[in-house]
Structures are given as structure tokens and as C-alpha cells.
Design a protein. Structure first.
Length: 442
């Protein structure tokens, strides 16, 4: 079946079919998720040899395992004998070997075949157990950036560092904020299945102007909560991170957005660095290890969500990564991991958990606002009420950057930038005549 994609992506608008057509979703799994570097997880999720955790890259179930030599491998979660999933979904320790539940074929933690029961039964057959194809198949490419493990299902394409481009600075800052320069996953994971296409979630990450409207009930409640406190009470952290959504449109306009090749980008931080005792104790711990000058340099990098397209969104100042796993054209799994800054006081980590619980948890006051908006978009796009999705806001006003572009905070540049990447992966000609969707300026 040929799927006609030409004409669906234009420089400043896209056709609703890219969010609703199951055939286009399948093609995305091949062409976008089959080519890009995708976030797998963090090395700290498999701290000891034999530790594993499973996930999916596009449609492919994979497992990340630490081998006895300390190296981390990412392999298809499929036994080469009859295809059973080699380890159950989730995480755990396989001990020294990965042993298939079905007939007991056993593999080293790098995936190479170690032993099979009834070996003699294979003598003089066409099956050669020394042939590497009877090991667990590895994904085409795996690379780590400061402990963050990425994999690509394709042999071809840019190296990880080149792929990340300007977004790599957010991962640097994520780690630099730790007094020991390293982070670790802690506190479990929250999982939310959203009833929307995965691209709608990504677009919302840098859609600043939705905040005041979509989150009105939660930011108003937070403001009222503070007003009810005795006069002069400093704003609690919980209030600061919720009532910030109620800033006027002029506030968001002044923020800077950056967009980079391959669809990445970041948004300037929206919170003024806090001066409460927890924050001050954390800053003191960073200064003690890095010196005041370097600590100041690190903390000046103030960012809200970063987009690492098409698989994750790190939040550097609150040490959280949201991982986006598309399930179908209108179902998306979002996994939320919190991280501990090694060497920072425990209260800093508790603040991270608080941010995750209050802002991103499905039982928070904020996330359900977004979920309701996503549902409405997905359902509305399925109607006959119109064909196009507008991305016109501030089109044609981007400032070129090395490897990308910048815009003010209320521009829809991030959506246009992601669709430029999408069109590239999908092989779609966008008809762009300006730098709106064409390559960036080097
Ligand atoms: S399917 Fe794994 S050993 Fe048979
Ligand atoms: Fe939101």
C-alpha cells in the first residue's frame, strides 16, 4: 500500500492525518523511530553485572543489561531459539546469565550464547551453535552520553553527540548540577497512558501560551491557597511550581526558545532560583565541591523542558526525565523518572519527587489539565470539522543559530522545528522556501 505523504506537512501548518492515520503511525515507527537515536534509560538503572531493565524502542521490545565486564548492552528482548521474550517486562537481576524460561537456552550478559540443553541433538544439523546469529541480537547502535543510554535501530546516521546538537548542553547541566557531577535514577517510575498521538505531547512541551488557559483551575487554586496563609508567609515550593502557570502572556513572550536540527530544543527556565533553606543548602553543597564561581556558572543555566526528539524530555533544574513511548496512533505511554543528584542533600531529592508528584503525576493538580487538552485535540482532529492544524504563530521571525534557530517564548517555532525533522525522517517534501522548515544556518 502506498501512503501519500506529500502535501501533508507545509511550512506553517500540517494535515490532521499525521495525528490520526494508523498507516502513518506505522510508517513513523519504521522511519522516525527506526532511524533516530532513542533514549533507552540511565546506566544507574542497571548498577551491577546481571542487572537488566526492559523497554521499547518504537515497536521493538528491548532489554538493557550490564555485562560482567561492566559494559551496558541493549539487545532485542527475544530468545534466538523460538522467539520467547528472554526476560520478563520490568527490571531485576539475571545473575550471571540470561536464561530463557522456555527451553533453558542460556546467554552471557552480552547476549552471546553460553549453553543449550541437549547440545548433542544439534550435532550434524544445519544449526551451528557457534554462529553468532544464535546469540541475542543487539540493536544496531548504542551510545552513552554522561550516563544516559541511547540506541538507534539503524546502522546509519549521525553519531549521538552530533545528533543531540545543542540539546546536549541540557544533559550536561543535568549532571553538572550534582556536586559529584553524576546523577542516578531513584524513587521508581510513574507511568501514564495518554489518549493522544505522541506528537501532541511533544508540541505541548514548548507551547507556553497554553499555560494560563489550560491550567487556570490549578494556578488559581494555588494563588488562593497562598492568599489564605498569614500575611507575609513566603510562597511554599508547592505553590511556586503551580501558580507559575498563571503568568500573563507578556511573561511567556519574553522567554527564549531554542530549536535545533533533528527536532530538539529547549525552553528558558521559568522559575527564579529559589532562596528557601532547602535550595540554599543545595547551593552550598555544589559550591563546596565545585567552588563558588563554577557553581554560579552551572546554576545560571536555567531551563524548563528540553526536547530530545523523538523520545524524551529532560527537566534539568528539577532532575526529571519524561520518556515518550508511542503505543498506537492515539495512545502514548509517558514514563516519568526522577533522579538524585549525587552528593546533594537528601532534601534536594525530596524536592525533585515533589515536583514530579505535583506537576507530572496523573493524580496531581496540573497534569490532568494537559491530559484533558490532549484528549480534546485528538478527538477534535478525528472529526470532519476541518483538515489543518495551524502552526503559524510568529512564523518567519526565527533568528538563526549555529545548528538551529531561536524565537521568543510564544512562537510556534518548536512545533515547526519538530515537523522539519519529522519530514526529513519520513522523506516528505515540505515545500519550505524560507528557513522556517529548511535546514538551519551553520
Ligand atoms: S524459546 Fe528460548 S529456549 Fe526456547
Ligand atoms: Fe501544561
Amino acid at each position: 500500500m502506498t501512503i501519500e505523504l506529500q502535501g501533508l506537512v507545509q511550512p506553517d501548518r500540517v494535515h490532521k492525518r499525521v495525528y490520526t492515520d494508523p498507516a502513518i503511525f506505522e510508517l513513523e515507527m519504521d522511519r522516525v523511530f527506526g532511524q533516530a537515536w532513542l533514549y533507552v534509560g540511565h546506566e544507574s538503572q542497571v548498577p551491577k553485572p546481571g542487572d537488566y531493565c526492559t523497554t521499547r524502542l518504537g515497536r521493538e521490545p528491548v532489554v538493557m543489561v550490564r555485562h560482567t565486564d561492566g559494559q551496558v548492552h541493549v539487545m532485542f528482548n527475544r530468545c534466538p531459539h523460538k522467539g520467547a521474550k528472554l526476560v520478563p517486562d520490568g527490571s531485576g537481576s539475571a545473575g550471571k546469565f540470561l536464561r530463557c524460561l522456555y527451553h533453558g537456552w542460556t546467554f552471557k550478559c552480552d547476549g552471546s550464547l553460553l549453553s543449550v540443553p541437549l547440545r548433542s541433538g544439534y550435532e550434524c544439523t544445519a544449526l551451528d551453535l557457534k554462529d553468532p546469529q544464535y546469540g541475542v541480537r543487539k540493536v544496531a547502535r548504542v551510545a552513552t552520553y554522561r550516563g544516559f543510554v541511547f540506541a538507534s535501530l539503524s546502522e546509519d546516521g549521525p553519531e549521538l553527540k552530533e545528533f543531540l546538537g545543542g540539546a546536549a548542553t541540557s544533559l550536561d547541566n543535568f549532571c553538572d548540577r550534582a556536586p559529584e557531577g553524576e546523577v542516578e535514577v531513584a524513587g521508581g517510575v510513574q507511568r501514564v497512558i495518554q489518549r493522544n498521538n505522541w506528537k501532541i505531547f511533544f508540541e505541548n512541551l514548548h507551547d507556553t501560551i497554553h499555560a494560563v488557559a489550560t491550567h487556570e483551575s490549578s494556578w488559581r487554586a494555588a494563588k488562593e491557597e497562598h492568599e489564605a496563609m498569614p500575611a507575609g508567609t513566603p510562597k511554599p515550593f508547592e505553590v511556586v511550581i503551580v501558580d507559575g502557570n498563571g503568568e500573563p502572556l507578556e511573561f511567556w513572550e519574553k522567554l527564549e526558545l531554542k530549536g535545533y536540527d533533528h527536532g530538539h530544543g529547549f525552553m528558558e527556565g521559568i522559575f527564579v532560583p529559589p532562596t528557601d533553606p532547602v535550595s540554599l543548602a543545595y547551593v552550598a553543597s555544589l559550591e563546596a565541591s565545585q567552588g563558588a564561581v563554577r557553581a554560579d556558572e552551572i546554576l545560571r543555566v536555567n531551563r524548563h523542558n528540553t526536547i530530545v526528539y523523538p523520545s524524551c524530555s529532560p527537566h534539568t533544574s528539577f532532575q526529571q526525565i519524561r520518556v515518550i513511548r508511542p503505543l498506537s496512533v492515539d495512545r502514548t505511554l509517558v514514563e516519568i523518572f526522577s533522579f538524585r543528584l549525587k552528593g546533594a542533600p537528601e532534601a534536594t531529592f525530596q524536592r525533585t519527587l515533589k515536583y514530579t508528584n505535583i506537576v507530572n503525576s496523573p493524580s496531581s493538580n496540573v497534569m490532568p489539565d494537559d491530559l484533558e487538552a490532549y484528549n480534546r485535540v485528538q478527538e477534535g482532529l478525528g472529526s470532519d470539522g476541518g483538515d489543518w492544524v495551524s502552526m503559524h504563530r510568529a512564523a518567519g521571525r526565527d533568528q538563526p543559530l549555529p545548528g538551529g534557530r531561536a524565537s521568543n517564548g510564544n512562537s510556534e517555532m518548536p512545533s515547526r522545528n519538530m515537523f522539519a525533522a519529522w519530514a526529513g525522517y519520513m522523506g516528505v517534501d515540505t515545500g519550505a522556501k524560507t528557513n522556517e522548515l529548511a535546514g538551519s544556518v551553520e
